[in-house]
Design a binder for this molecule. Sequence first.
Ligand code: FAD
Length: 494
Amino acid sequence: MSPGIEQSIKNQVKPRNYKINASLVSRIIPVVLFLHDNTQSDPVVKANNNPIVVFWFRRDLRLEDNKGLYQALKSGRKVLPLFIFDESVIDPLPGNDHRVSFIYQSLASMDESLQNNGGGLLIKRGKPLEVIRELLSDYPVEAVYCNMDHEPYGRKRDYEVAGLLNDHGIRFHTFWDHLLLHPEKVLKQDGTPYQVFTPYSNRWKQILQSGDLEYHASEKLLKHIMPEQSMPGPEQSSLFPDLTELGFTWSSLKTPSPKINKDLIRAYDRLRDFPAAEGTSKLGVHLRFGTLGIRNLAKIAAELNEVFLGELIWREFYAMILWYYPAVVDQAFKPAYDRIEWRNNEKEFLAWKEGNTGYPMVDAGMRQLNQTGYMHNRLRMVTASFLTKHLLIDWRWGEAYFAEKLFDYELSSNNGGWQWCAGSGCDAAPYFRIFNPYSQQKKFDPQDEFVKKWVPEADSEDYVREIVAHKKARERCLQVYKRALEATSNKNGQ
Ligand code: FAD
């Protein structure tokens, strides 16, 4: 750590006691949620064939501690592991999309382990409903297992698949694995969802049981995987297609390691705000695609650093918001904010995207994003605030750009983060709190280490001029936001 950062921490971060509430990890209530569990009905099994079950991987690309996979492997039937490259998700992506490369690599690594156990992963490209329908005619499927999705698209997809399976008398077992607590478990006393983070987080900690953190040793049961040779003929040659067969090429961007660094987590509360310090975990991409399970990470967080645990709870909070308020996908959580008259200047948007705004802290963040697929949280806040408040560009534009670029892109957290910065979200930064990019730089990059790395020309004459003056932009923002909010309160008062 540089002396500048150390000094800055001493100046700004008061020592706090981050002891964990022991009751968090002492209670046991196993939680298994079924979206559609008709375990009482008789399975329809094809004649002359041994029935099998399918495990459908989605945002849980790991063989270890995978709740749904564990249950499938314990079902007493051979398990056919399946992954579907969903055309409606991947078709709009560029040919060298870095997330697709990452997914492919993760699948290849699982396939290798499955092959060592005599099986293999079946990869399909298509529309999930059609792929599953086809699967039912190829295999004697008794049940389908998977882990649940919290996004509107995933929920709708699963609802349709549940309907299809139900029509065939096939059971659909779904489990809660991607997050720790199901949104329906963390509610206010009156049964309604929270809209403010702190009381949500307090309740979350109160009701978390050690059973929610329980390890499910799916990796120990891989002998129950369906042997590769029992997969029907035409499938065998195309079980695992090349990336190019799927319509993609390799991305050159590298993903951070999924290894949990305990020292980093211990120091997290002191270093997390300083982008030059490498003080955050960079585990976002692994949590997003499930190459790392949340339960073990949360357990470690609960033991080592409550601030880090708090960030994992933010992840759950935004997922809960999306679960109950799916309209936030394209609407402001607070409707008044949809009255803001965004300027939406295309040229300024381009300058922001390319990291050429003339504000070193903003440009450093955007260049880090463009070149690595990652951006530090402090910079996400600074760049998002700059776009929405200094440039008055609709948060949806920025959100879409982050969605295109981030390795760890997660709809609920990205939407929550953007609406927080724009002021339009639940429990958001108040609209009159406008980050000054220079003060942010002084406070969080005191030696300009981060800025110099990404904007080496920042101090030279070659650097672009500021596209907007901070003071003027601030005043303009206050006026525009005020006008939108007053218009709403006048309307409501009429
Ligand atoms: P760490 O600081 O090490 O935190 C550990 C984990 O906690 C993260 O990996 C993430 O899963 C979770 N987490 C941390 N902070 C938050 C937060 N504020 N909200 C929700 N979860 C959090 N996070 C995403 O995972 N995907 C996104 O698409 C995303 N977009 C964002 C957009 C904006 C405008 C903002 C302000 C924040 C966004 N975040 C997003 C939240 C946060 O910036 C990232 O999770 C974090 O920077 C990822 O880096 P890390 O893995 O090193 O996180």
